[in-house]
Design a protein around this ligand. Sequence first.
Ligand code: SF4
Length: 164
Amino acid sequence: MTPAKILISACLLGHAVRYDGKGKPLCHPAIDRWREEGRLVTICPELAGGMSVPRPPAEIENGMTGADVLAGRARVVEITGGDVTEEFVAGAHRALEFAQANGCTHALLIDGSPSCGSGFIYDGSFGGNRHAGNGVTAALLAKAGITVCSDRQVDELEALIGAT
Ligand code: SF4
């Protein structure tokens, strides 16, 4: 059986791709093992959508979610007022294409991001207010049948993929 492939947020592997020019490396023995086994497929959806580093922080407006953005009901806006909806949607589609081209059945994405968040995102006020919901990429991947786990769910992901 082909080992399960996992799409992973580039910043979780320490790549300096976040809005603030930093990474957010996650240390977990399963991630080291998956890397050695060649299971990890790395992408930063925001860079894939044309954003640069550093960039202003962005949130999905009005307490909406990634699904709302994909449906055209909400925008992604920067703290400086810029509308980056098009870039975030493009990045989500590039991430899905990349995941499918590489046979990814699962994704491990960092929580809280307007792209990669899967457990929570921020409400668009830039006041640090969280609410449950997916970012744009996480929503598109889940809609396509890819199992999305957050960086707080590595153990769950390990159990899900088991020995595959
Ligand atoms: S889009 Fe995802 S991979 Fe890129 S910096 Fe944000 S959380 Fe990390």
